[in-house]
Ligand binder design. Structure first.
Ligand SMILES: [Zn+2]
Length: 363
């Protein structure tokens, strides 16, 4: 047996496969979208090099190594050589040459845009192809295209949430631009939902953006959230928040809440609708709307521009976790952020058994 790596053409590789050689495609899963050689064993290079015996087992025949261009497979071959493997062949030109010579490919099930765009998600075992498809099949409703809604919408669109509904009745004002990064100077005076649609389409044309230029009211809230997997509260006033909370409890939708003022933010996940008596709702935390000094709003109190950015990204993180059903959601916990001290703190939110919205005695 030779202790070198032989270079072969794709055509020779195909002929050797027919006589029982094993072709190993060392590309990453997201590179398989356009296809891989028929009967290839797909093992990403790092996995193969780490533990070749678990893939090759007791196979004694010729090993044909294959990648995109022939370079990575050569390195994989050298690693196998060092581990004592012999009878190694590198397929010159890899996938590019295989394809240009019209040799048989079995097509991957994913389209190229999906594989390229979400490559970094596909490499995470907690997301992977199944998880990414889950994101693509999901529908998130976002109330507000302002300071919180801007980063939320951008990252949800980038992450590949299939449908994002955005509800906002405002038009863009110059004073919004300090933090509401969905909007630009050119959009001043036009509806926020329009500039949101424009920005998000430009980022990810796979995502369906559904816009509603309206206020959330008791007449429309049920229709708006009816098909949502997750609802995100990016509103800036208590009546909207209570309305949204009560509808989410009633229709059993998880609601990702956040609020900001000055240098402080807070976030939680309210999931009482799906877990009555176990998870609190917003009314369990604040039975009544705070008034006066306890309820400053951005317009009166001011807000550091980056603060809704920080809190919105935490909301997007929670929303994606909820869709994927991974990790531990912020349900029952209020996470508080102090930007000046640069400190996060957390308090537990108990369920209020007398809660007018989510108590077990409510239908
Ligand atoms: Zn409650």
């Amino acid at each position: 047996m030779k202790s070198t790596i032989n270079i072969i053409t794709p055509e020779q590789a195909l002929a050797m496969q027919a006589e029982g050689a094993l072709l190993i495609d060392v590309r990453e899963p997201d590179e398989h979208a356009l296809g891989l050689p028929v009967n290839a064993l797909a093992v990403p290079r790092a996995h193969l090099e780490l533990d070749p015996s678990s893939y090759i087992r007791d196979f004694k025949g010729p090993l044909l190594l294959f990648c995109g261009s022939g370079r990575r497979s050569m390195l994989a071959g050298e690693a196998l050589l060092q581990k004592g493997y012999r009878n190694l062949f590198n397929v010159d030109g890899g996938y590019q040459r295989w394809k240009s010579e019209n040799l048989p490919l079995q097509t991957g099930e994913l389209d190229v845009d999906f594989s390229e765009r979400y490559a970094r998600h596909l490499r995470l075992p907690q997301v992977g192809i199944e998880g990414q498809k889950k994101l693509e099949a999901s529908h998130i409703v976002l109330i507000g295209a302002g300071g919180l809604g801007s980063p939320v919408a951008y990252y949800l669109a980038a992450a590949g949430i299939g449908t994002i509904s955005i509800i906002d009745n405002d038009v863009v004002d110059k004073s919004n631009l300090q933090r509401q990064i969905l909007h630009t100077e050119a959009g001043i005076g036009s509806p926020k939902v329009d500039s949101a649609l424009h920005a998000l389409n430009a980022l990810n044309s796979r995502v369906k953006i559904s816009t509603h230029q309206t206020r959330l009211t008791s007449d429309n809230v049920h229709d708006i959230i009816a098909n949502a997997d997750v609802v995100i509260d990016g509103s800036d006033n208590f009546p909207t928040r209570y309305l949204l909370n009560d509808a989410c409890v009633e229709l059993a939708k998880p609601m990702v809440y956040a609020a900001v003022e000055r240098f402080n933010g807070q976030i939680s996940v309210f999931d009482a609708g799906r877990n009555r008596g176990v998870s609190p709702c917003y009314r369990c935390l604040f039975p009544e709307a705070p008034t006066g000094v306890d309820a400053p709003n951005c317009a009166e109190a001011g807000v550091l521009g980056v603060l809704p950015g920080v809190m919105g990204l935490l909301q997007a993180t929670e929303a994606i976790k909820l869709v994927l059903n991974i990790g531990k959601p912020l349900s029952g916990r209020l996470l508080q952020f102090d930007a000046l001290a640069m400190r996060f703190s957390e308090i537990q939110i108990p369920v209020d058994n007398e809660c007018p919205s989510c108590s077990l005695s409510k239908p």
